[in-house]
Design a protein around this ligand. Structure first.
Ligand SMILES: [Zn+2]
Ligand SMILES: [Zn+2]
Length: 410
């Protein structure tokens, strides 16, 4: 723009074009005032650092996620706005355009409106994608892809039941921010390799016999195939082009997620100037629960009752996995040892089936038999059950043996 002002009127067409450009830029700048203020949306100042922008996005998008605000249109809109604001301000090129020309400037660049990514994809960058993880996906990359990092994360049954957010600190290899991965102290400290002329390869000619010359191509041993040489190493990474960096990833555990489920963060693994970073893949590993065992969406528990309870019935309450709600268990009929009672809808939440769908809870009953009975009690039992002492003793059946074993265990 300054250039157009300093130009004389000799190149009329060029200066006219520049004037039009200048005017349209002014127009964009004016429109930007009326457009969305991405800094305001994220609640950061105009000179906010990348990590500040990241942190704000993480906090606010969690708060306004549609899952946390079912049916709230305003929260949904806000969630989309946050993703757009983050997408623009986290990209130095887009941020620059936005700072100068506003939202309209981005649209003009083809980066606006239709150029935005799915807000849920942006969110997944921070909280992991719960998609089936496929290592071979995303072909046609410009650079080879680095290895994925697999990390086992212990989770409790309560976290898998109620959902949770787990912050994981990771240490990884990052491209040196001081030399931007060149390994040189400054851009002037990179020379084209004089041995190979920058091609990274050398042609070796070998005389095999009179008039017979064999040509062989070999990697330039001077620059190791890079085609360039660093004359002065970057003092921060000592020429290695990479440094160690730490990052925090937040795993969003959804209610009903399975033991062993994978949560992948794309391109969050080690960085290297020569390859695309692989994914960080978290493997959720459920810790054993002291009361409940999970199989699929169902829960299993065991409960010990007294012999009297087994005979006359009982009612009691179990504390559910969420450590809050009570599960009423009651029986009026006789409960034999090993009896399994099914409590429909008291299991784990079923994923993708809406918040109201749950698996079942199965309670297996074991009976605490008295250690011994005195003579009077024995008579009473005989009287009650009509079991006479002179009754013939029958060999044990399987059921009896099982009951006896259970008694021993208790
Ligand atoms: Zn070379
Ligand atoms: Zn460096």
């Amino acid at each position: 723009m300054q250039r157009s002002a300093s130009c004389s009127g000799t190149r009329s067409l060029a200066s006219m074009l520049l004037a039009v450009l200048y005017l349209s830029t002014l127009l964009f700048a004016t429109l930007a005032m009326a457009g969305k203020d991405y800094y305001k949306i994220l609640g950061v100042s105009r000179d906010a650092s990348q990590s500040e922008i990241k942190r704000q996005y993480k906090t606010l998008s969690r708060k306004h996620h549609p899952d946390k605000n079912p049916g709230d249109e305003a929260a949904h809109e806000r969630f989309i706005e946050l993703a757009q604001a983050y997408e623009v301000l986290s990209d130095s090129e887009k941020r620059e355009i936005y700072n100068r020309y506003g939202e309209e400037g981005l649209k003009n660049q083809g980066a606006g409106n239709g150029g935005f990514h799915d807000p849920f994809d942006i969110f997944a960058q921070f909280f992991g994608g719960h998609v089936k993880f496929d290592r071979r996906g995303g072909g046609g990359r410009a650079k080879p892809r680095g290895p994925d990092v697999h990390i086992h994360v212990p989770v409790t049954l309560l976290e898998l039941y109620a959902g949770a957010e787990i912050d994981v600190d990771i240490s990884k290899q990052a491209i040196c921010p001081h030399c931007d991965g060149s390994g040189a102290a400054s851009p002037d400290d990179i020379d084209t390799c004089s041995t190979c002329g920058g091609s990274g390869v050398r042609i070796i000619k070998q005389m095999l016999g009179p008039g017979i010359v064999q040509q062989m191509q070999t990697t330039c041993d001077e620059c190791h195939g890079k085609g360039r040489k660093v004359t002065k190493e970057c003092p921060h990474c000592k020429g290695t082009r990479v440094t160690r960096a730490s990052d925090q990833l937040t795993i969003r555990v959804e209610p009903g997620m399975a033991d062993g489920e994978l949560v992948a963060f794309e391109e969050e693994a080690d960085q290297h100037p020569d390859h695309e970073p692989g994914s960080v893949v978290f493997h959720l590993q459920q810790e054993p629960h002291k009361v409940y065992e999970r199989r699929g969406d169902d829960l299993y528990a065991e409960e010990t009752i007294t012999l009297a309870d087994a005979l006359v019935g009982f009612d009691r309450t179990l504390l559910h996995v969420d450590n809050k709600s009570k599960v009423e268990i009651a029986r009026k009929a006789v409960t034999p040892p090993g009896y399994v009672q099914r409590l429909a809808g008291k299991g784990m939440p079923r994923r993708g089936a809406g918040a109201s769908k749950f698996g079942d809870l199965f309670v297996t009953y074991w009976i605490q038999f008295p250690k011994e009975l005195d003579a009077a009690s024995k008579d009473e039992v005989r009287r009650l059950f009509g079991h006479e002492s002179k009754a013939k003793w029958e060999p044990k059946k399987d059921g009896q043996r099982q009951a006896r074993q259970t008694h021993d265990e208790l």
